[in-house]
Ligand binder design. Structure first.
Ligand SMILES: [Zn+2]
Length: 229
């Protein structure tokens, strides 16, 4: 059994099927990127289990974590596990952190930016969870960039519309074409046969208290972490 230890209030927090807990951190929890003792300490203050932190490359490869901590540093954008002692994390500054769980206690996380959505990372994660025995899959979406702050090139937008539907096209706060990343994630989750049961609703660009690549060109990252509680 594990419990989150004394951490400031999380930016988002859910309990999912299979006793799976999901939290998203923000500025108050410190930078979660890197591998220094300070970073390890911050991670332990969120949850004292071995974290799997991938080297995220905007693709669709999924790592299956058999022993807690497995897969750390591997070039991949999603992780799944049936282990009760593993914490699966994605680090984000604008991309969408998606965490998933099934009543069987299968856990999955995916790092889904627009390239990951195009590559099918959400669908690949759900498939990998099903291979581990997941039946009904619930998903939640942590803080990510919203259309208000996500001005987007028309050509890339058309490609994503072709894959995910017209509703992913939106406008930024000045009326220019923008990608609705949360809408795209919602469609990918639905297409994968999973159910989106929660989303933080916070924009990393303008929500406050969150790191944003678009807004600040920062290398710092918040974490969305999932584990069986
Ligand atoms: Zn915004």
């Amino acid at each position: 059994m594990s419990a989150a230890v004394s951490a400031p209030p999380f930016v988002a927090e859910w309990h999912l099927a299979g006793d799976v807990r999901v939290v998203s951190t923000g500025w108050a929890h410190g930078d979660m990127a890197g591998s220094s003792p300070a970073v390890e300490g911050r991670r332990r203050r969120v949850v004292e289990l071995p974290w799997t932190v991938l080297q995220q490359v905007h693709g669709s490869r999924v790592v299956t974590v058999e022993r807690p901590g497995d897969g750390s540093g591997e070039a991949a954008d999603a992780a799944v596990t049936s282990s009760a002692q593993a914490a699966l994390a994605v680090l984000t500054a604008d991309c969408a952190p998606v965490a998933m769980a099934s009543p069987e206690g299968i856990v999955g996380v995916a790092h889904a930016g627009w390239k990951g959505l195009r590559a099918g990372v959400v669908e690949a994660t759900v498939q990998s969870m099903r291979r581990l025995g997941a039946t009904r899959v619930e998903a939640v979406l942590g803080p990510c960039i919203h259309p208000c702050c996500y001005t987007f090139g028309d050509e890339d937008l058309m490609e994503l519309e072709a894959r995910l539907g017209r509703h992913v096209r939106s406008s930024d706060r000045e009326g220019r074409p923008a990608l609705d990343l949360p809408a795209g994630v919602g469609t990918a989750v639905h297409n994968a046969g999973a159910v989106l049961v929660g989303q933080s609703g916070l924009c990393t660009g303008c929500g406050g208290g969150l790191w944003s690549w678009r807004a600040a060109r920062t290398a710092r990252r918040q974490a969305t972490v999932a584990w069986r509680a």
